[in-house]
Ligand binder design. Structure first.
Ligand SMILES: NC(=O)c1ccc[n+]([C@@H]2O[C@H](COP(=O)([O-])OP(=O)(O)OC[C@H]3O[C@@H](n4cnc5c(N)ncnc54)[C@H](OP(=O)(O)O)[C@@H]3O)[C@@H](O)[C@H]2O)c1
Length: 346
């Protein structure tokens, strides 16, 4: 019998909750400063990472260690709640740092629709608190934003200065976070990325592997386009940009464009899972939040600054291998050496 699983309800961007405000719409073009050499500091030595237990945060910590940086990391909101301005001032002001990297965020796109106050508190209030504190202590703020600041209706990839027009609460809250940082006049680098995947954390690639291990057929959305991006690569690109002294807004993502269907098909093929992947159209009713149709970030500025990133096809191999090894260990699956295929152990 064929077990069909409909994936994804949505592109997965994860965790954390309010009133019924209408999200603000932003349609004005907002020219962003072309990255300039940094004004303060010398080479990076001591950095602060917030949201260090998140999907991207873990790779930022790992990459910093590989580069020999001294890291002060705050794993979660229990260690430093960025929505609490007084605590941010007290904790961040206590020790000198060459940069503050904010990998904390409300990332559950669907839940943001019904939990607007909490989503805004983290994605708008948090960066605002951090920016004011960074300005006071004289440290640049590195912050992550999303392709969801765009409506996805443009016929070409969005560059950094393209008009923003979020189609969901998550995107509006991320855009307001960006604006709060810019208006604080703190030294900053805002890195917009998209469709993050990693062997850890909740993400689409991981969900596809889990579903493909349970089902013989998956139906995946084939009319939403983006740039899948490895968190390990994004962490590397971020430090490269920081070392280069980039400031302003930069789009950072892996090369090559895909639909969720393309990505799922590649994952299932590379993992050699006995599951068919079928394309399907987005069903607007199936998820609370709308998604940008073609939320494709242009990566020309990134390429000029630190070189062209590799393609997501290349970046995804190690992630799949790690997820398959973990699934095999967790669920007693066995890899058949002759085909590389996964089979449940007898
Ligand atoms: N995932 C994507 O596809 C994607 C795409 C583009 C951009 N981004 C952006 O990239 C950044 C990182 O995303 P991610 O997917 O790595 O996120 P994630 O895995 O959901 O991790 C988010 C981290 O933020 C922490 N956090 C949440 N609320 C907090 C608060 N009030 N104070 C301090 N920490 C708090 C979480 O800790 P707890 O354990 O306390 O919840 C968690 O460690 C976010 O800004 C996101 O918007 C993500």
């Amino acid at each position: 019998m064929t077990c069909t699983t409909d994936i994804p309800r949505a592109p997965i961007e994860v965790p954390a909750c309010a009133p019924d405000e209408t999200p603000q719409q932003h349609t004005k073009p907002q020219p962003h400063a072309t990255p300039q050499p940094k004004k303060s500091g010398g080479p990076l030595q001591r950095i602060t990472i917030i949201g260090a237990r998140g999907m991207l945060g873990r790779d930022l910590v790992r990459e910093a260690a590989q580069r020999g940086l001294e890291v002060r990391a705050f794993a979660s909101r229990d260690e430093l709640d960025i929505t609490d301005a007084a605590t941010v001032e007290e904790i961040l002001g206590a020790e000198p740092t060459d940069a503050v990297i904010n990998a904390a965020g409300w990332t559950n796109v669907d839940r943001a629709e019904t939990n607007k106050v909490d989503a805004y508190a983290v994605n708008w209030g948090g960066p605002a608190n951090l920016a004011w504190c960074c300005k006071r202590i004289g440290a640049p703020l590195v912050h992550f934003s999303s392709n969801h600041v765009f409506d996805g209706e443009a016929s070409k990839p969005y560059d950094e200065d393209a008009p923003t027009a979020p189609v969901n609460v998550y995107g509006s809250s991320k855009l307001d976070g960006e604006e709060a940082i810019r208006s604080s006049e703190a030294e900053h680098l805002i890195v917009r990325s998209s469709w993050l995947f990693a062997p850890h954390g909740k993400n689409f690639v991981r969900s596809i592997i889990d579903e493909a291990l349970r089902s013989t057929e998956l139906r995946v959305v084939n009319d939403r386009f983006g740039r899948p991006t490895s968190t390990a690569d994004l962490a590397r690109l971020t430090y490269d940009l920081m070392e280069r002294g980039a400031r302003g807004t930069v789009h950072a993502a892996n090369d090559e464009i895909a639909t969720w269907y393309d990505l799922a098909k590649c994952v299932v093929a590379q993992a050699a899972l006995p599951c068919r992947v079928q394309p399907r159209a987005t069903n607007a009713e199936s998820s609370p939040a709308q998604r940008p149709r073609r939320g494709i970030l242009a990566i020309g500025r990134l390429t000029d600054l630190v070189g062209r990133p590799r393609s997501w096809h290349e970046a995804i191999g190690p992630c799949i291998a790690e997820l398959i090894a973990a699934a095999a260990e967790r669920d007693a699956w066995r890899i058949r050496p002759e085909t590389g295929e996964l089979r449940r152990a007898a």
